[in-house]
Structure formats: C-alpha cells, structure tokens
Design a protein around this ligand. Structure first.
Ligand code: TXA
Ligand code: MG
Length: 310
C-alpha cells in the first residue's frame, strides 16, 4: 500500500521543485532535499534549525550514481559489498568535479554517504536524477522520528509531504565509519561495530566524541526527549517514568519496557518510540535501569548518555 507509485511520484515532484519532504529509511525518517541544489540543502538546515557547519549525509541508490561524486577506495568497496544497502554511512573523499552542493558539507572535501535499504526510499532514489541529502527528521538535538506521525509532531505543517513507509525497522541512526585514512567509527548505530571488525578482521578505532571542530554533529547533547533523563537508575523519581529493558510483572502506569524479554535489538528499535511516548504523557523525568553494554546495548547507552545531558 505505502510503496504505491502515486506517493512516490508526488514525492519526486516536490523534490524536483526544491521542496523538502520527509522520507522513510530502515533506521529513522529523514528530512530530504536534492543534494545537488543549494536552495534545497539550505532549506533543510533552516527547517531543522541545524547549524550550517554540521554536515549532512547524502543518500544514494547505488554505486553507479555515487561514482559521479566520490572517490571509491578498496575498503569502501569491500564494506559496500558486504553491508549495503543497510545502516552503514561512509565518510569518503569528494571528487574535484562534483555536483554536490557546498552547503551539504560546509564546503569540505569529504562527505558522508549511505545506501538505505527501505524499499520505499530505494524506489524513490531510483527515480531521481540526484542523490538526497537527508539528516534525521527532527528538530536539531531532539528525538529522531521512527514513524510518520513523529515527523508530524516535530515539524507540524512546516513540511509539505511525508512519504509514509511505516515504522522504521531498526529505530536508531546508521553507524558512521570514516574511510579517509585508517577506518574509524564516528557514530555507533544500526550496524554493530563487532560485525564490521569481524569482517575486516582487525581492530577499528572508535572516535565518537571528537572535538567540536572535527565532527560537530556528535555533540554531547543530542536525542533529547526534552525532560531530564537519568541512567543506571534503580527506581523512578517522583512524577517520573521508569524504563526497564525487559517487561516486568508490575502494573504501574509509569513503567515502560524496551523489549518483551530483554532482546537488545528490539530494545534499540523501541528506544525513541518509548522516550517520545513518555514525553507526550507529560512525565517530568525519565529514569532508565542499567542496560547491558554489549551488542545493540552499546548504541542504546550512547544515545541515553547524550539524552541525559539535558
Ligand atoms: O540513519 C541515518 O544516518 C539517518 C537517516 C535519515 O539516513 N540520518 C542521520 O543524519 O542520522 P543526521 O544528520 O541526523 O546525522 C548525521 C551525522 C551527524 O552527526 C554529522 O555530524 C555526521 O553524520 N556527518 C555528516 N557528514 C560528515 C562528515 N563529512 N564527516 C564527519 N561526520 C559527518
Ligand atoms: Mg540526527
């Protein structure tokens, strides 16, 4: 139903006219515009209230379109073959002659690119003559959107069209790997770093809290539900909500769980959804019990740590 051609056609019409729209991906919804258009890209920054120095990820359908804009190295090709399309973003060198708007990446010579797996997004990208610049569809520093109504809540009628692709499968943003020089992880996300390490058969350095100058987007406050959040908690605060990993046999209105039986992948998928729900129920604080720091738990803890800087 949702992957219907008339919606894709409508989406294309908006994008062709430099109007930004929301698009579904397997990680989170994106706020998309033509990455070759200065006008469209500048609109993304202003809609999202994002500082212009924080670069955007550009989304491609596949290698043939990427080749026009980026220098492809051996590591990239290996990882692309193994993990794409999927929740992995690559930082690569831009070609000298590229049509990418200089506003996408603050006029730098490197750029972040990714190949989404969501069938609706793939279908759309295939029909366009340009790649899509798309940050997560939320106001800067706030919670990312994992379904169409979240986008509506974030932007109201400031966005003309939301291409509805249902709930996002993964529910947290893509993992970012820098492949300019030695591979380095810049953001934990929807692809576990252990899988990348295992595939490359070597250790990879993780640099997820760099100085403001290096990667402005990884700021300490991010993914914020807008109310104080506390980790490693044993119980809720007064008027506060309590999040557990597994469902508990307690029937309290302020208890929320991320997964039925403690599955960390399911928990990551439900993280933003749960935080948004708690915020909308007008709880004053959020306390989260200790989440094991392994597999997707590492990504969950990264997001919670940043959300707790409110
Ligand atoms: O899953 C995702 O990646 C989602 C969906 C919509 O694709 N997109 C997303 O975009 O999370 P955004 O803009 O919310 O986060 C992109 C992150 C930012 O932290 C930004 O600083 C970083 O990627 N980034 C973008 N370009 C970069 C570059 N050239 N070098 C280093 N970091 C970069
Ligand atoms: Mg974001």
């Amino acid at each position: 139903m949702r992957n219907n051609q008339s919606n894709i056609k409508k989406a294309k019409e908006y994008l062709d006219n430099n109007i930004c729209i929301a698009v579904p991906t397997e990680t989170v919804y994106g706020l998309a515009g033509n990455a070759y258009s200065n006008v469209a890209v500048k609109k993304i920054f202003s809609l999202k209230k994002r500082p212009m120095h924080n670069p955007l990820i550009v989304h491609y359908h596949g290698l043939s379109s990427l080749k026009n804009d980026c220098v492809l190295n051996e590591k990239f090709l290996q990882l692309y073959k193994k993990f794409c399309p999927g929740p992995l973003t690559f930082v690569l060198k831009l070609k000298e002659k590229t049509k990418i708007s200089k506003f996408v990446n603050n006029n730098k010579k490197i750029i972040a690119v990714r190949f989404p797996k969501h069938p609706v997004m793939k279908n759309l990208l295939k029909k366009l003559k340009y790649p899509l610049a798309a940050p997560s569809a939320n106001i800067s520093t706030k919670l990312s959107s994992v379904k169409a109504t979240d986008v509506q809540e974030e932007f109201g009628n400031k966005i003309k069209f939301i291409l509805d692709g249902g709930d996002c499968d993964i529910g947290v943003e893509s993992t970012i790997i820098n492949l300019v020089g030695k591979p380095k992880i810049l953001r934990l996300g929807g692809l576990e770093v252990s899988k990348i390490k295992k595939f490359l058969k070597k250790k990879i350095s993780i640099n997820i809290n760099p100085s403001i100058k290096k990667a402005p987007g990884q700021s300490k406050l991010h993914y914020s539900p807008g109310i104080p959040l506390r980790m490693y908690a044993k119980k809720a605060k007064k008027d506060g909500a309590f999040i557990t990993l597994k469902k508990k046999k307690i029937n309290e209105k302020n208890f929320f769980h991320l997964s039925k039986n403690g599955n960390l992948k399911e928990a990551a998928k439900n993280l933003y959804k749960t935080l948004r729900m708690i915020k909308n129920k007008n709880f004053k604080t959020i306390s989260v019990e200790k989440i094991p720091n392994k597999g997707f738990g590492i990504t969950i803890n990264d997001r919670l740590t940043r959300a707790s800087k409110f």
